[in-house]
Design a protein around this ligand. Structure first.
Ligand code: TRP
Ligand code: SF4
Length: 400
């Protein structure tokens, strides 16, 4: 396909930590230089589980945007916005709900899993069941082609693809579609028209994906052809109708190996995090009180880094030489645990320092942060409105 459009969202439910930074954010930072990117605060999604503590969301929204900016998400390269400021998401969610079988929602694995996991809250709500559909609306409204997410979110992207397919199937059949598509082929000229027919038949008769891709590329490059005709040709390639909503791909975020203070994955629910705004003293204290290999009761007892969560952090933060020093020193009782933790504290502080300096600058200038978001919302809204025009059109809602 032509250009990729990347979209991802994060729920504002607390402050960001090193796990987010090393997993999600570093990935975003890379993507913003490679593709068109949209990153948004999924405040409505946060409400599906935090409906009784809206103050948590309210506080987290701006802090989260500041953390993104501090981490290096660059408003010149990525559109940053807030979901609820683009109410078109809600409109699309409502319209998509008309064609969403309940059973599709009920069988999304996160539905039952999360309901059991968050047993302290009543999640037998309409909003929670509709969570994946709202996410579909987030994605489809921007015709996003790539959605970077963690493993747990993959079923939501698959679900989104199914919704897009169903929508296109039901509403993508404009009157006289085949005639219009054939007329558009003629507009390609003899040579390209013949190429199109050849590729189309290779795809439709033998599922030749390469043929599909070459024909798509050719259409994308076609100069001076209307968008409507391009879309007809794209839809006709696959045999269906017009493609109104684009099926996205998930883009698996490289698994964050970021361990927490106790050796489990770093996560707020395990209470083992170092936040991006953690103070110097608190970082030092948290690392100093980390559990170590239980065999090292006395300073003179040798230990095994493989049994120590501190080592897992050295694997991320320390160079070869330091790692050697830890391995030898630990196994021979040549170094003590506090000694072992010192370079780690240094490395974490070094990583956090520029982030915290930038965060402080943004925190001191709320007007700047708000204007970055306002601009992002405006840009996002423009794209969202375009899609909604098409959607309303095919659903018979463009009265005039
Ligand atoms: N459900 C996602 C999560 O919990 C957040 C999210 C909401 C999202 N809408 C999205 C992610 C659209 C990607 C695209 O992580
Ligand atoms: Fe862990 Fe380092 Fe102590 Fe070994 S010396 S147990 S690796 S903290």
């Amino acid at each position: 396909m032509a250009v990729e459009r990347v979209l991802s969202g994060m729920r504002p439910t607390g402050s960001l930590h090193l796990g987010h930074y090393n997993g999600v954010l570093k990935n975003w930072l890379r993507l913003q230089h490679e593709h068109e990117c949209l990153f948004f605060v999924a405040d409505w999604h946060a409400l599906t589980t935090h409906y009784d503590t809206p103050e948590v969301i309210e506080e987290s929204v701006w802090e989260m945007v500041i953390d993104w900016l501090a981490a290096g998400v660059d408003p010149a390269n990525a559109t940053i916005f807030i979901q609820s400021r683009v109410p078109e998401h809600a409109e699309l969610h409502t319209l998509l709900s008309m064609i969403t079988p309940l059973s599709w929602l009920e069988r999304v694995p996160t539905y039952k899993d999360q309901q059991e996991k968050i047993a302290s809250k009543d999640l037998s709500t309409y909003g929670f069941l509709g969570y994946p559909l709202l996410q579909s609306a987030d994605i489809l409204i921007y015709k996003a082609t790539q959605v970077p997410v963690g493993e747990d979110q993959v079923p939501h992207i698959e679900f989104t693809r199914e919704i897009a397919r169903r929508f296109n199937h039901i509403y993508g059949k404009e009157k006289g579609f085949e005639e219009k598509a054939e007329a558009a082929i003629k507009k390609l000229g003899n040579k390209r028209g013949a190429f199109y027919e050849e590729m189309r038949s290779a795809y439709q008769t033998s599922g030749d994906e390469e043929a599909l891709e070459s024909a798509r590329a050719m259409i994308e490059e076609q100069q001076g052809m209307s968008l409507g005709d391009k879309e007809r040709l794209l839809g006709y390639l696959e045999g269906g109708g017009k493609i109104i909503l684009v099926e996205p791909e998930h883009k698996l975020t490289p698994a964050s190996k970021m361990p927490g203070l106790d050796g489990q994955k770093m996560s707020k629910s395990y209470n083992n995090t170092i936040s991006l705004r953690e103070s110097v003293d608190s970082v030092a204290k948290k690392v100093k009180t980390m559990p170590t290999d239980p065999a090292r009761i006395r300073r003179t007892d040798p230990g095994d880094p493989a049994k120590c969560p501190v080592w897992q952090l050295h694997e991320i933060y320390s160079n070869e030489a330091t790692q050697q020093w830890v391995q030898n020193g630990c196994k021979t009782a040549g170094i003590g645990c506090i000694e072992c933790k010192t370079p780690l504290i240094e490395s974490i502080l070094t990583e956090l320092k520029p982030i915290q300096e930038r965060a402080a600058q943004y925190a001191e200038d709320p007007t700047l942060v708000k204007s970055i978001v306002a601009e992002g919302c405006e840009k996002a809204r423009k794209l969202a409105r375009e899609t909604m025009r098409d959607v309303r059109d095919v659903m018979g809602l463009n009265y005039s």
